[in-house]
Every structure is written in C-alpha cells, then in structure tokens.
Ligand binder design. Sequence first.
Ligand SMILES: *Cc1c(COP(=O)(O)O)cnc(C)c1O
Length: 377
Amino acid sequence: MAGFTTRTIHALHDVALGAVVPPIHTASTFLQPTEGGEGPFEYQRGSNPTRTDAETTLAALEGARHSFAFATGMAATGAVLGTLHAGDSVIMGLPVYGGNYRWATIELPKRGITTHFHDDLNRLSDEDFDESTRIVFLETPSNPTLRVTDIRRVVELAHRHGAMVVVDNTFLTPYLQRPLELGADVTVQSATKYLGGHGDLLGGVVSTNDDEMAQQLHLAQMVSGGVLSPIDSYRLIQSVKTLGIRLDRQQENAHRIVEFLRGRDEVARVLVPGSFDEEEARIQEAQADGLGGLFSFELLPGKDVRAFLGRLEIFGFAVSLGGIESLICLPASMTHGAYSPEDRELAHLSENLLRVAVGIEDVEDLIADLAQALDAA
Ligand SMILES: *Cc1c(COP(=O)(O)O)cnc(C)c1O
C-alpha cells in the first residue's frame, strides 16, 4: 500500500471516500502514461474532474445526455452560435437578452451569417424558413417583456425544415422548465443568474441530447477556451443544491409583490409570463412548472420613475437577476442598451419599463420598500 502522504494526496480522486462534497481539482495538466494521452484527463481546458462533476450535475438537472460548463453565459451562447457557417441563417425571438442580440447583430454578420428577428414566435410559419435556416434561437419567457413562446410548436416547425431549436432557459432554469423534454435540441443558460444564485459567480451551461452537437460543443471548449474554472465549477455544484428552495421562495415572493403592485394606483401594468394574452397563459401553464421570480412593470405616465428608484432601500438598482438579493433595473437603457431604436420598438421595449428580479428576503420588507418608494413617485 502507498505511504500515508501518497494516500492522502490521491485519496480525493475517489469520491467514494465518503466526503459529502466532491474535491476541487485545480491542476492545469495531468500526467500521461504515454505520449498518446491515454489518461482520463490531459489538460484543464479540455476537461478536468471538477468541471466534469459540475457538468454531470447540470446534465442530471436538465435530464440531458451532455452538459458543458463555460466561463459565462455569453461563452455558452457563443459556443452554440459558433457552430454555424457562412451562408447559414438564424431566426431569433425579440426581445432577447442584450448579449444574445449583440451576437446576432455584431458577431454573426462578420461570419457571413444572417439573423431574422421575430417579435412573436408563436406566429412563426413555414414561410419564415428557407434552406439556409439552421437555428431558431428563443427565450421563453422573454427578457424583459415576459412573452411566452410555445416551444413544442416551434420545434415541430423547425424540425420540418431541418433547423435546430436553441432555448435560452436562464429565466426559469431546469427546475421550472425543461426545453429538451419539449423537443428542443439545445439549451443555454447563464449560470451567473439562478444556478449560481448568490451574485458572486459567472458561468454558462449548454446542454443537448444530440451526440454530434455535443462533440462540437466540446470542441468549442477546446478551441475558444472560455471554460468554467475548477473553483467556480465546485461553487456551482454547491449552489445548484439549493436552486429549488431558492426559486420556491423567489417565486412566492414575486407572486405576493405582483399582487401588491396590481392593487396600486401608480402602476400602469404588470407583466408576468402569460399575462400578455390567454394563449400565452395556456402555453406557460402547459410547458412550465411555475412563473419564476422575475417580472416587469410600468408606472403610469407622469409618475417619476427616477424618484421611485431613488427611494428604494432594499431593492438594489443594478442589472442581473436570479440572486438571493432583490434587484431592479431599466432594461431599455441598461441590459438592452445595445438595441437599435428600430429593434427596441419591434421588441415593444418602453423607456420606463422596470424589470424586477425578486430575491429571498422577507416579502413584507420588500413590499414595504416598494410602497414607500411608490408614495414618492
Ligand atoms: C445574463 C444572461 C445571459 C448572459 O450570461 P452571462 O453569464 O452574463 O454571460 C444570457 N441570457 C440571459 C437570458 C441572461 O439573463
């Protein structure tokens, strides 16, 4: 048997040790038995045991055959869109997250790839596809207008035309919505949001059941290099253990706050997934297990949005979402500042729309904070 020190150093390779959490492997490289590289791990960018543990955990959450962990949500989106070639085209829902929009408007054109934006993917039809269409990229509910897209219907259309469906599932997470089970080919998520959940981690995930796509995604990790570090992989593994209880609380808080705002005279409208019309409400009900912890609202014209924001004490004025702390932002000028004026209009993004990411604080305190700020608006 190996000596004590040797055993101690190597023991953590074996989770069967009984440790209740996995070890963190920070090694940049792994010793190889031969120059052919026959060890299970070679070099950290390609794969490493802690990232593999995170990817295994994430694949289990999604019910996916393959998950890949990236350094940010945008690296995850980039890995998927990076599989396209010159001459291909993409159909993208609008609004989408500002970073996804940048990919479509800045990066894809450089590669000779065209994007067609659609403000209501439930109206998508056969005429919207041609032989160049490779991907339909959508977010449901959409950011920040919470429009709902029927994933199954888009999948049926896209597959008829040989295109893949990619769903950015950041808002609901696999806890509340599993697009792969609805037929989508690929999901991407910003792990920076609900999965990480504590406002202190950047990460991204891509999941698929398609073995060929999986090979390309692994290649993207190797080629582009935007992979999740071992320490963040470990922290993500730990964070997702509380994803369900955090989202339960965030969702319950959001529900109570929405009820409160709907009863206030200063509020013009509140947007939640399914509030657009009955059709979207039915779709949301059928394809997701809840509404999530995010909603948007508008004050009546003439109300002073800046005064309202300036009075908030518990809600932080910042972009991002999905953390345990409640945040509020103005998407038109913040998260969606990259939009052209025309696309902002097509996306029905008004200047004064406020997006609220509800945290896990005591809901009475959150409501009291909003009440006193509304009084000042
Ligand atoms: C934040 C976000 C992203 C990008 O993720 P990063 O981790 O910030 O790179 C992508 N999609 C949605 C819906 C997001 O909210």
